[in-house]
Design a protein around this ligand. Structure first.
Ligand code: AMP
Length: 271
């Protein structure tokens, strides 16, 4: 991968990069299409990153389907699919990590200790190998996108980070590889995330700017949903991810919810 990247760089080619954990869907495809427009060569990585899973999380059963992924990559005009093995990226005895501090303390960072450190460490390594000029990430994982922007700035990676809006199913459910875990009934319940966020957006459009009623609108829908257990619903400043006091600056309304054994996230920018 590094040899290829160096040859492309020498030839003056712009490298666009989309890192993923595979089991690709239309959300990933949207990132690839944006990348296709931004780079002369397009690299997709597929790596189910063990460092970003907690000890009791779903690393082992995370869905995998490399053949289908490769077919999608081909359709989307990907030049190289980089599929490292665990040992390629995590050498035995590794003891170095990249950690973005403040931005990763709240929201998902609070209930998934070590998660973002696992993400930024591996993404930093992928950046070193792929040497992209531009890397694309989804706003679905908004805190991840924010952490990566911060890391790139703090450590001078010298590349552009592009955020891509959330891609949803027709019924509003944010696309996610983890939707695969949901039974038909659970999928119905999972619609409560986007429905709750939409309800808050309606309030916002009617002029509501106080955090409590906006958060309550989401919680109301989730609490009325059988089998949904709230991890968090928060309104935060879209840049700092610190609690928002009003909506004078762009705000992020974000939620994480357990639907049975599946943890789902969704968010909405109020601007
Ligand atoms: P994952 O394979 O879930 O780690 O996701 C790889 C990339 O795709 C990340 O940057 C995600 O934010 C992005 N992504 C996943 N689902 C969506 C979606 N529904 N809309 C937009 N981007 C997404």
């Amino acid at each position: 991968m590094r040899r290829l990247a160096e040859a492309w760089r020498r030839a003056g080619k712009t490298i666009a990069f989309v890192p993923t954990m595979g089991y690709l869907h239309e959300g990933h495809a949207r990132l690839l299409r944006r990348g296709r427009r931004r780079g002369e060569v397009l690299v997709l990585s597929i790596f189910v990153n063990p460092l970003q899973f907690g000890p009791h999380e779903d690393f082992e059963r995370y869905p995998r389907d490399p053949r289908r992924d490769l077919a999608l990559a081909r359709r989307e005009g990907v030049d190289v699919v980089f599929m490292p093995e665990r040992g390629d990226l995590i050498p035995p005895g590794a003891q170095t990590h990249v950690e973005v501090e403040r931005l990763t303390r709240g929201l998902c960072g609070a209930s998934r200790p070590g998660h973002f450190r696992g993400v930024t460490t591996i993404v930093a390594k992928l950046f070193h190998l792929v040497r992209p000029h531009v890397a694309l990430f989804g706003e679905k994982d908004y805190q991840q996108l924010a952490a990566i922007r911060q890391m790139v700035r703090d450590l001078d990676f010298g590349l552009a980070v592009v955020g891509v809006p959330i891609v949803r199913d027709r019924d509003g459910l944010a696309l996610s590889s983890r939707n695969r875990y949901l039974s038909r009934e659970e999928r119905e319940r999972a619609l409560s995330l986007s429905r709750g966020l939409r309800r808050a957006r309606d309030l916002y459009r009617r002029g509501e700017r106080r955090p409590a009623p906006l958060v309550r609108a989401v919680r109301g829908v989730l609490e009325a949903t059988l089998g949904a257990r709230i991890d968090y619903v928060e309104l935060v400043d879209a840049q700092t991810l610190e609690p928002a006091r009003d909506c004078s600056r762009p705000a992020l309304l974000a939620t994480a919810v357990w639907i049975g054994k599946t943890r789902l996230i969704d968010n909405l920018i109020l601007d």
